[in-house]
Design a protein around this ligand. Structure first.
Ligand SMILES: Cc1ncc(C[n+]2csc(CCOP(=O)(O)OP(=O)(O)O)c2C)c(N)n1
Ligand code: SF4
Ligand SMILES: [Mg+2]
Length: 348
């Protein structure tokens, strides 16, 4: 009996010739069903589709289950798992030392809004080029589920303890302080998060994505406002997001009356089909007002909340050289003895 040989399936690669496997990381040690795992998957897909060279990425995090996530994607990238709440300063140093890296920060709501709030605030006001993702479950997952500063007023812990303090809205804070691409999404919304991450990769400046990411072990019960059920029932998307990278043609027709087009720095296009007629994500005041209206109504407002592609980044403001500082020879960075002699002479 003769058998016809079956041709091997062609291996799928992206525009820089890499396979999806090249974007994967170690096996997750997080709980099965944790929202953070879904976010890692979306990060892998977005970096693969955008054709980002893994070695060009610097993964940065603090401490928490969320901050462990960078171990579960992009093994080939640089990585720095820092101290609780201190990722912003480490990230700032890394970006300034090597501007050719793409900084990807992953933090938790505790890491960012509780212990790390001071560092977070200063990062947001600088428009440093970084993608900062908050994997927001409203609790300190790693230390067994205490409320964090993003927990909603009146939400309940498993033990029945009620949160009596108002939450810090990290998106509102980021917009008012100066971040230039701010969005909120849900780990269970594959399509929205995927599009938002791809746009974030094309943005030059500070991207803050607050992703509601349920903790199945400590905060997924009745009375929680960060559970899968609550997120599904209260999700209020502002737009249908489509992202067309610079290397792809727009295939679908769209009506400029209902779809807003934002041109990104590299020529990519963000197409936002408005679900709310009068929402304009380039209007800072309006975005802050809308976030406050959502809070009053108990809505989980998702989508691109604010975008500004015109503001100078921290790198532009500092006017540093195009070459990565980390690669400059000491003969360039350290003044010679004659310069020191001259300074001493002037001080005499
Ligand atoms: C300086 C310091 N304080 C406290 C801790 C204990 N601690 C570790 S993780 C964590 C909270 C993590 O919460 P979050 O950032 O929301 O991450 P999640 O585990 O929920 O993903 C705390 C309080 C620590 N590691 N270091
Ligand atoms: S404890 Fe919560 S946040 Fe941590 S891995 Fe488990 S489900 Fe995720
Ligand atoms: Mg948390």
């Amino acid at each position: 009996m003769s058998t016809t040989p079956v041709a091997p399936k062609p291996i799928k690669t992206n525009r820089i010739g890499l396979q999806i496997l090249d974007y994967r990381g170690g096996k997750t040690t997080l709980c099965a069903g944790c929202g953070h795992n879904a976010i890692s998957e979306r990060i892998i897909d977005a970096l693969y589709e955008m054709g980002v060279q893994p070695e060009r990425v610097a993964k940065l995090s603090g401490i928490g289950c969320s901050s462990k996530s960078p171990a579960y994607f992009l093994s080939r990238a640089h990585s720095f798992n820092s101290v609780h709440g201190r990722m912003p300063s480490v990230a700032t140093g890394a970006v300034l030392a090597n501007r050719s890296l793409m900084a990807l920060g992953v933090s938790g709501d505790g890491d960012t809004a509780s212990i790390g709030i001071g560092q977070f605030i200063h990062l947001m006001r600088r428009n440093l080029p970084i993608i900062y993702i908050i994997e927001d479950n409203g609790v300190y997952g790693l230390t067994k589920g205490q409320f964090s500063a993003t927990a909603d007023l009146g939400s309940k812990l498993k033990t029945g303890v009620v949160n009596e303090l108002p939450p810090i809205d990290t998106c509102e804070l980021a917009i008012s302080l100066g971040a230039t691409f701010v969005g909120r999404s849900f780990s269970g919304d594959k399509r929205q998060l995927h599009a938002m991450l791809k746009a974030a990769i094309a943005h030059s400046g500070t991207v803050l994505l607050d992703v509601i990411s349920p903790c199945v072990t400590f905060n997924d019960h009745e009375g929680s406002t960060k559970s899968y059920k609550y997120a599904k029932d209260h999700d209020e998307p502002l737009q249908e997001i489509n992202f067309v990278p610079v290397f792809e043609e727009i295939s679908a027709d769209y009506d400029p009356g209902t779809t807003m087009e934002v041109e990104m720095h590299d020529g990519s296009r963000l197409l936002l089909r408005k679900l709310e007629e009068d929402y304009d994500p380039t209007n800072k005041i309006r975005s802050i007002t809308r976030l406050n209206e959502a809070k009053e109504k108990g809505e989980m407002l998702t989508g691109v909340l604010y975008v500004n592609t015109k503001a100078p980044t921290f790198i532009d403001m500092l006017n540093i050289t195009d070459d990565a500082l980390a690669t400059l020879r000491t003969s360039v960075t350290r003044p010679g003895p004659e310069v020191l002699d001259q300074v001493m002479e002037e001080l005499r």
